[in-house]
Design a protein around this ligand. Sequence first.
Ligand code: ADP
Ligand code: DP6
Ligand code: CO
Length: 361
Amino acid sequence: MGAQAEKWVLMVTARTPTNIAVIKYWGKRDEKLILPINDSISVTLDPNHLCTTTTVSVSPSFVEDRMWLNGKEISLQGGRFQSCLREIRARANDVEDEKRGIKINKEDWQKLHLHIASYNNFPTAAGLASSAAGLACLVFSLAKLMNLKEDNSQLSAIARQGSGSACRSLYGGFVKWIMGKEENGSDSLAVQLADEKHWDELVIIIAVVSARQKETSSTSGMRDTVETSALIQHRAKEVVPKRIIEMENAIQNRDFASFARLACTDSNQFHAVCLDTYPPIFYMNDTSHRIISCVEKWNRAEETPQVAYTFDAGPNAVMIARDRKTAALLLQRLLYNFPPQPDTDLDRYVIGDKSILKDAG
Ligand code: ADP
Ligand code: DP6
Ligand code: CO
């Protein structure tokens, strides 16, 4: 491990954007491996706006694996973190820093301990996909540190075991998570449908309706849905497979009318399925509903839809405007109808683009 074994620390920093699903993942067929009951499609956001930054470090002087999230130590004991760490360590390779006289053989990674510090620059566990950016960034930065040779798709299958939606944050642009057929999950991974340059006139505006932590985590919410909702099977088997094909076509053809119809109806159906869960789950609030009405009214008044909306497991609205001019008008309408005020209806707005994954380390 090198002459100055006790003294060195090796670290890598990476930054990963979040992604917002336009055809939602909701429901698992395998809880441990995190295998979904349907395919999903997302847009990866601009890393300058909503992103996670994670620094992973290794040193012979560390005596246990430790992690800090937003400055506060959290436990790494959960099965999901352990799955990711185990899968990455199993694929680790030799790492050499000649200048500093450090050599780590691949077997050493089994004994060496890690310190991980991660920051989200947006609300955690509030329905803006912090688990997606967070777990993707963890896997990506550890893969760099341990010199993994796997490509992003293979890494996505590891990130998936940390949080399902995380597999889609390994790519920029438009991404599909293929549910896969294998029992061991080897074919349940993300692929890029179109890169970040494709359809770059789209602008994303996020209304942070509430930055508060949600009452029902995505994990437990979708578990309850699968156990109690009669609608979820219809959604997963009949509705989503057709929408996936239509959405892929809409993206390839830059067909905004179809894109908006599919994204809005899929978001609405996801929240309908939450209501069909027993006891019911309410992720949206009154402000979310008023934002939907505002966008729907506008779209109906035009010849063709101008704005698409989608809501994840929280009250925050993600709106996608067809072009920059529309985005400016949308922001104007939002600021007039929903002015941001601390501790009231609306916290703040975030404006971004689709994006690429950037390696900061
Ligand atoms: P969200 O809608 O924000 O994705 P979830 O309920 O899906 O909410 O997941 C929130 C959980 O994800 C957090 O409680 C935490 O365990 C994990 N998480 C969030 N950010 C990070 C991060 N940067 N690194 C590691 N884990 C994270
Ligand atoms: C509504 O990926 O957060 O955002 O796999 O249990 O970690 P776990 O859940 P998570 O669920 C995301 C649900 C969603 C829709 C989506 O991102 O596709
Ligand atoms: Co999540």
